[in-house]
Every structure is written in structure tokens, then in C-alpha cells.
Design a protein around this ligand. Sequence first.
Ligand SMILES: [Zn+2]
Length: 239
Amino acid sequence: MESLLYLPDNEYQKSFESEVTKTKEDDKYIVLEKTLLYKEGGGQPSDRGKISWKDGEAEVVDVQKRQGEVRHYLEGDIPEPGTKVNGEINWERRYKHMRMHTAQHILSWVVLNMFDASTAGNQIHEDYSRIDFKPVEFSERDVEKIEKAANSLIQKELEVEKKMMDRELLEDRVQEGRTNIDIIPSGIDPLRIVVIGGEDICPCGGTHVDNLKEIGKIRITNRKSKGANAERIEFELEE
Ligand SMILES: [Zn+2]
């Protein structure tokens, strides 16, 4: 299994060196010994970037985990196995995802505390994101309250800590309803966790900012009912 260089707490590195361990010409993907590029998952889209080597270069147009390997899909030349490469991530896109993903954690935390509702799903994009909650029904007034509570946490400039934690300890410490640890395969131990302000603990393999002040301001742009006792909110970030 290749190593993921951005874990557990290395989201700000923008370039890396690695070696190709597998090449699949027909499907235009390579596997690297180690990588900084985020593979799609957990509601967060994959990174984009560039791979270059002595006599070639390619754009990374997608990164997906399939059959236990992280596949970097390329446009351009395809390097042979054994080739030493330099990798670079598209930082602008990545940083937007980092800010969005941490904003999603804040909103999930706020809604759990205010309404005792869990996050049932989420999808992050560069420009807007959405979260589904249940069981809950929001009023317009509730949406304002959520936005205000989330932004006041940002104003406190809380630190975001990322580290590994033993599964057993995590099961003890995670707030009820915050996440369903049981759906994470039991072989994964320890788990990578994201802790906001020393209080909100969530197992997550995504990329996050180091301090809430980097997020800017959360603006909830839309809310809709997703059936009985389920709500979806959409939000954007202002610098
Ligand atoms: Zn997450």
C-alpha cells in the first residue's frame, strides 16, 4: 500500500518526489510509491496536479482508490514503472477543498449540538457544498442560528488538530451521533481523526485547514427538506 503523504497532518506541502510502481497504459493511470494527491472520498473530490520526470510530463486529471491502490489518471505522457517523478498539487483547488471540508465539520458539530441531529451525507465542491442532516426539521430561523453559531466558532480562531487515535479510545471519546464508527472497516486502527478546538472529534481522512480563521465566513445559501425529518443545507465561503 502506497503511503499518503498528506496524512495525518501534512496538508500544506505542495510538491513531492516519488516513484512509479505500476503503469496501466490502456486505462491511462499510474500508481506511485507515495503521493500527496488526495483520492476522492468522504464527500471530498480528488486533487488535480502535475507529474513530471526526466523526459516527460502529464496532468493528473483524477485520483481514485480502486482495488486497494491509488490510481493517478493522467493526460499527457505515461511514465514507465520505476520512473522517478516530481509531483505537484493544484494548490488553489486543494485549499478550497480544505476550507470547505473543515467548514462542513463545523456545521455538522453545530447542528448536532443545537438539534441533536446527525450528518447523513455531505458533498464538497470548490464553490459550494452541501450537508444532509437527520432526524430534524429546520425553520428559516434555525438556519440563521446555525450560520451564526458556526461563524462565531470561526471568529474564535480555534485550532484544528489532526492525528492518529486508537479505535478503542476514539469509540469512548467521540460524541454520540457525531459519526458512525461502525461503518469504518474494523481493520482500520488507529484511525486518523480531526479535532476542532479540542472538542469536536471526528474520524476523517480528508484534508483540513490548521485554524478555523482560514475558512473566512460561512454563508448558508439554501435549505430544503429531504423527506420526513431530513434536511439539506447548501453553503458557500466568503474570504
Ligand atoms: Zn471529514
